[in-house]
Design a binder for this molecule. Structure first.
Ligand code: R5P
Length: 295
């Protein structure tokens, strides 16, 4: 039997892309908010004996997670044989250690919540900087796909003489792959984060690359400070206005506008988080990551 996909609110477009790639069925899930703020939910499609998938990108996760857990729980209660989650962006991955005494390691707690609710999860480039793999955080199987090939393709098609720039040492793991695949050079910068919105960046000697178009590549654009500081530095060094390429365009508050004001020539993200900057469709890779779990 075909898998049955349900879009949590706001995920309709990505869910349609997945159903058409996979030839899956699209289910109906009705949700609304009671006057007191609690959630009403009703499956309008029969899930009995079906392998179902909830599609829910998890930026701004606090408001999304409780309805998502209700939906997973209700699907099981109604007889679904398997319940999977497609979270193109998986939130709560960054607080993955106790940086100061007494802090909550929310990455681990969130992993436990979702692992207990779903048989499997599929996601795109989760923020694994200090952990080697998802199995250190999630106890259920997690299928991970990577945006790097699509980012390289975008660079090849849109920038003639690119220099890929990674904003911190940790970004080397993907910027090196993106640059090699695009056939262009890369550099990585040194980043120090002093606070949520306070980032300092130092540059290596990049004089030899003058004349190239810097393409800043990062996994997440959240507050936008990392990209913003890097854009300003590159411009002050006399470089051409940089392009900003992010896998996950979270864009907290006015991050997008600030980044444009800082002098970015263009900001492009994949469609893991719906946003006006979405210029790269990643649904094909997600569908492939899901297919190993679908029965
Ligand atoms: C950091 O480890 C990540 O790779 C990104 O550089 C970071 O999440 C970007 O955050 P923001 O946009 O808030 O500077």
């Amino acid at each position: 039997m075909k898998p049955l996909l349900f879009a949590m609110p706001g995920n309709e477009e990505f869910t349609h892309l997945l159903t058409s790639i996979l030839g899956a069925d699209l289910g109906l899930l009705e949700t609304r908010t009671f006057p007191d703020g609690e959630t009403y939910m009703r499956f309008g499609s029969d899930v009995q004996g079906r392998s179902i998938v909830l599609v829910c990108t998890l930026d701004r996760p606090n408001a999304k997670t409780l309805p998502l857990l209700f939906a997973a729980n209700a699907a099981r209660d109604l007889g679904a044989s398997h319940v999977g989650l497609v979270a193109p962006y998986l939130g709560y991955m960054r607080q993955d250690k106790r940086f100061h005494p007494g802090e909550a390691i929310t990455s681990s707690s969130y992993g436990r919540f979702l692992s207990s609710a779903f048989d499997w999860i599929a996601t795109v480039d989760p923020h694994l900087h200090r952990r080697a793999s998802m199995s250190e955080i999630y106890s259920n199987p997690v299928g991970v796909c990577h945006a790097a090939p699509k980012l390289s393709e975008w660079i090849r098609n849109h920038v003639s003489t690119a220099l890929v720039v990674g904003p911190d040492a940790e970004s080397e793991q993907w910027v090196s792959v993106v640059a090699a695949d695009a056939g262009v050079p890369y550099v990585t910068l040194e980043k120090t984060r002093r606070g949520d919105r306070d980032v300092d960046i130092t540059f290596p000697d990049i004089e030899q690359w003058r004349g190239k178009t810097p393409v800043l590549v990062d996994d997440i654009i959240s507050s936008g400070r990392t990209m913003e500081v890097a854009v300003r530095c590159l411009l002050s060094l006399g470089f051409i206005a940089p392009v900003c390429l992010g896998v996950h365009g979270v864009f907290a508050e006015d991050a997008y506008e600030r980044l444009m004001t800082a002098g970015a020539s263009e900001i492009v993200s994949t469609n893991t988080v719906p946003h006006t900057s979405n210029g790269i469709d990643i649904s094909g890779a997600v569908a492939k990551a899901m297919s190993e779990f679908l029965q």
